[in-house]
Design a binder for this molecule. Structure first.
Ligand code: HEM
Length: 404
């Protein structure tokens, strides 16, 4: 009996003690900001750790005002009216008057806390969803191959060859394609290396590969941009949409069913889609790549966000008002994220292109190797283009043999 009474007294004392500690902590939390001249309260820190968005105006605005500093006699009293906390706040929110010996916008930023979000995104969603996307597309292409098989020349090859791409066209294609493949491989090595390669080959071997990858990535990018520009100039005219494209799309390009061959000029609607994706994604990946290649020199995101806000696109997409004042490091973080997101989607599209240009279709690859395709292949996939070529040939022949 005595034991029970002692135990109950012990439990009651413990409970009342802990509840008074919690109550004191909560009380302190509410008064904390006032007591520390505008610093965060325990509640603010806990909310931030839970990932909740907090209005930090109480911090960002609490800099440089001697009246808001704790009094000189109090525990956190300051000398001269400005506390260390105020200096750090001013550094964090970019309002401190920083003087550095090495010049440049980035050197004046001593605290930048967007880096953590960027790192978490790079190590988590970017790597995971990007990886799933590429694997998913490869699996889908495999399934498509099993169901549809290789798209054959329905009437069989004729044995007669017709010139499809001149040397300059093939050179531009392979300059762009070759450099794209090197960029994709080296880019993926630097993103997945820590997770996929270090456990297999160790840190020193990976350091060597990562260095070479970076070197290739930085230099080959120029080849890609040149190839992209050449392809744009050479093929833009033939990739302008026309009335045949809708018919081609309506029939699924004849890809899904055997014996269906919608008419097309030099490029069909599917190829035009690939062309424009390559041009738009190519330009965007090149611009964000240049911004990464020349750090802090090319800032594009603050102005892009401002434009999206003004056009109402950001609120249409549910993103709210986008930040238009970005620290130089934030510009770089956005450039890296955008570069990598576009790269994943771009590689996924190119997987499909490589599939149809090689194993997926009989006779297609000849167009980009020798430049000559089988006439029957051309008639089945680009009938209007064959007519144009024949017309040109007969016009030339007529010009060369003058009337007698
Ligand atoms: C092994 C890789 C590749 C192969 C086998 C390949 C094959 C081909 C072939 C056969 C064509 C001509 C199709 C026709 O005769 O109508 C072509 C066109 C084209 N290729 Fe590639 N290609 C490859 C990589 C790439 C890459 C990496 C890019 C872009 C970054 C690219 C962009 C284009 C474009 C824009 C066209 C014209 C539009 C089209 O035909 O879709 N190619 N490719």
């Amino acid at each position: 009996m005595i034991k029970r009474i002692v135990l109950s007294i012990f439990i009651l004392t413990f409970l009342s003690l802990t509840s008074s500690i919690v109550a004191t902590a909560q009380e302190e939390g509410t008064n904390a900001r006032a007591a520390t001249g505008g610093a965060q309260s325990l509640e603010d820190i806990l909310n931030r750790q839970k990932g909740q968005k907090i209005d930090d105006e109480f911090r960002s605005g609490a800099t440089g005002d001697p009246d808001s500093a704790a009094s000189i006699a109090s525990q956190l009293g300051t000398l001269g009216g400005v506390s260390d906390a105020e200096v750090y706040r001013a550094l964090r929110y970019g309002s401190a008057d920083v003087k550095v010996s090495n010049d440049g916008p980035a050197s004046k930023v001593l605290i930048q806390d967007g880096g953590m979000k960027w790192l978490e995104f790079r190590q988590g969603p970017l790597k995971n969803y990007g990886g799933y996307l590429l694997l998913g597309v490869l699996i889908l292409l495999g399934i498509f191959y099993i169901i549809r098989g290789k798209i054959m020349i329905d009437a069989g090859p004729s044995g007669v060859k017709i010139l499809r791409f001149e040397t300059a066209e093939r050179f531009a294609h392979w300059l762009m394609a070759g450099s794209f493949m090197l960029l994709a491989i080296t880019g993926l090595i630097s993103l997945f290396g820590r997770f996929g390669l270090i456990p297999l080959i160790g840190k020193s071997a990976y350091a060597f590969i990562a260095n070479i990858s970076l070197f290739i990535h930085n230099w080959v990018s120029w080849g890609f941009m040149l190839g992209l520009l050449m392809v744009l100039c050479i093929w833009i005219k033939e990739n302008i949409p026309n009335k045949h494209d809708l018919k081609w799309l309506a029939q699924g390009g004849g890809i899904l069913k055997k014996g269906v061959h919608p008419p097309a000029k030099k490029f069909n609607a599917g190829q035009k889609v690939i062309f424009w994706i390559v041009m738009i994604f190519g330009a965007s990946i090149s611009m964000s790549g240049l911004s990464l290649l020349f750090p802090f020199q090319i800032n594009m995101f603050a102005s892009t966000f401002e434009m999206l806000n003004n056009l109402g696109i950001s609120s249409l997409l549910g993103l709210g008002e986008l930040k238009t004042t970005l620290a130089p490091h934030e510009e770089m973080q956005y450039a890296q994220m955008w570069h990598a997101i576009i790269a994943f989607v771009f590689i996924a599209v190119i997987f499909a292109h490589i599939y149809i240009g090689s194993v997926g279709m009989e006779g297609a690859i000849d167009a980009m190797t020798s430049g000559e395709v089988d006439e029957q292949w051309a008639k089945e996939h680009h009938s209007l283009w064959v007519e144009e070529v024949k017309q040109k040939q007969s016009n030339n022949a007529a010009q060369q043999s003058p009337a007698e």
